[in-house]
Design a protein around this ligand. Structure first.
Ligand code: SF4
Length: 420
């Protein structure tokens, strides 16, 4: 959890407000690109690094395009809360699109353009749409990044993690500090303004000096958005085996927090807003796509293993390339062969989720927004929880908005537990 600090008064509250009603249908799309050059030592995300899988990238892109095209048919306008379009065209053009992975920068700009064309033809894309691509240093250069820009990408999220070669080796990343710095410089040369860099903390062997060096580079390059993550040791990964499953032996909770507090306070001093627990941005550069998640809005997702949320239904996609590409080989592929419903959310589930997501952000949970969405007040739904959190000094209430206090932001998990 991050450091807890009062949010500046003059910054835009990006996550407040009710957002669109569920009946409006999704205005966001996530595309999962499950390919990587090599698996990182700590990674348990769905991604394939073998040659046979890589040989199927073009077929995968075609499958994603077909899934996009079939979506209005799979979710006809008559179904409340799941409206994709009428006569194959959405009433709401997309406002955010996110290529995540895996390593989306392994796709060619032509393949990215093909997917964007399918999205445009099916749903429409707003001129102001934020279109993010996750890029891995070591897979891009200025020429490729320029071509991504021409294809329509207008925001890059670069997985730097650290500029310390020892740390990068521990993580098993394919890049070193030099290629990470070059990727940022190339992104600038390619004309990208809207750049986010990932930074990982709490890594065995990582020192405060290396954290400071990485941060200074980001600031020197005026990177407007930084995502902060602590290393999580996932069972079954090579790093888990190497460290004997016990990260505390190598990095204590206190050391991890110390790094976190240094980074967040340093960035805050430079005008970055800690707008979400793991994210800091220069005002105006907050991730619009991720903010959509934190407002619990519905979104389309496409691609193997991708998770979707359509208002009252949550689910995932077939996870193997054989299943996903195989099912979408047919022109009239069946929804049931591609999508697996995981959960039909009750109104109570949705309210809890809305609270938990809202509390992740500095915008908090607006009383009015909650009432508009759920037809009841926060008080009547969660009076006992809110009273307890306020008595413990974890949650405050001001100008119609409940949000975590300084203490609450640092102990956010305690609050989240009330809404599980
Ligand atoms: S680049 Fe990302 S998705 Fe790919 S293996 Fe590394 S951590 Fe996993």
């Amino acid at each position: 959890m991050p450091e807890n600090r009062p949010f500046p008064e003059n910054t835009r509250a990006i996550a407040a407000g009710p957002g669109p009603s569920m009946a409006d249908g999704p205005a966001s799309a996530y595309i999962h690109v499950p390919f990587c050059v090599r698996k990182c030592a700590y990674c348990d995300f769905l991604s394939f690094a073998d040659e046979r899988s890589h040989a199927r990238i073009e077929a995968y892109v075609d499958a994603v395009c077909r899934e996009i095209t079939l979506t209005p048919k799979w979710f006809p306008a008559e179904e409340p809360g799941r409206r994709a379009g009428v006569e194959g065209r959405a009433e709401r053009p997309l406002e955010t699109i996110y290529f995540g992975g895996g390593t989306p920068s392994l796709l060619s700009p032509t393949q990215v353009g093909k997917i964007l064309t399918a999205l445009r033809d099916t749903f429409g894309i707003k001129d102001s749409c934020e279109i993010t691509l996750e890029a891995n240093p070591g897979t891009v250069n200025e020429e490729k990044l320029s071509a991504f820009r021409e294809a329509g990408i207008n925001r890059l999220s670069i997985g730097i993690q650290s500029l310390d070669d020892n740390v990068l080796q521990t993580l098993g990343r394919i890049h070193d500090a030099g290629s990470a710095m070059r990727a940022v410089e190339d992104a600038r040369l390619a004309g990208f303004q809207n750049i986010s860099c990932d930074m990982m903390l709490g890594i065995p062997g990582q020192t405060m000096d290396s954290v400071k060096k990485t941060l200074e580079f980001f600031l020197g390059k005026e990177i407007p958005h930084i995502s902060l993550y602590s290393l999580i040791l996932e069972e079954g990964t090579p790093l888990y085996a190497r460290l004997g499953g016990d990260i505390e032996k190598y990095v204590t909770q206190e050391q991890d927090r110390e790094m976190y507090h240094y980074v967040t306070s340093h960035l805050a001093g430079k005008g970055y807003v800690h707008y979400e627990i793991s994210n800091m941005a220069v005002p105006g550069y907050e991730s619009r796509h991720n903010s959509m998640y934190w407002r619990a809005e519905p979104y389309f997702a496409f691609g193997a293993g991708a998770h979707y949320y359509l208002g009252n239904e949550r689910g995932r996609h077939a996870e193997t390339l054989d299943e996903y590409i195989g099912a979408l080989h047919e022109e009239n592929a069946k929804k049931e062969d591609v999508l697996i419903t995981e959960e039909i959310l009750s109104p109570e589930d949705r309210m809890k989720e809305y609270m938990m997501l809202g509390f992740r952000t500095r915008a908090g949970v607006g009383e009015e927004a909650f009432r508009e969405r759920f037809g009841m007040t926060v008080e009547s739904a969660f009076g006992a929880e809110i009273e307890k959190e306020m008595n413990s000094g974890l949650v405050g209430f001001e100008d119609g908005i409940y949000r975590l206090t300084e203490k609450g932001f640092d102990l956010a998990n305690q609050v989240f537990m009330d809404y599980v």
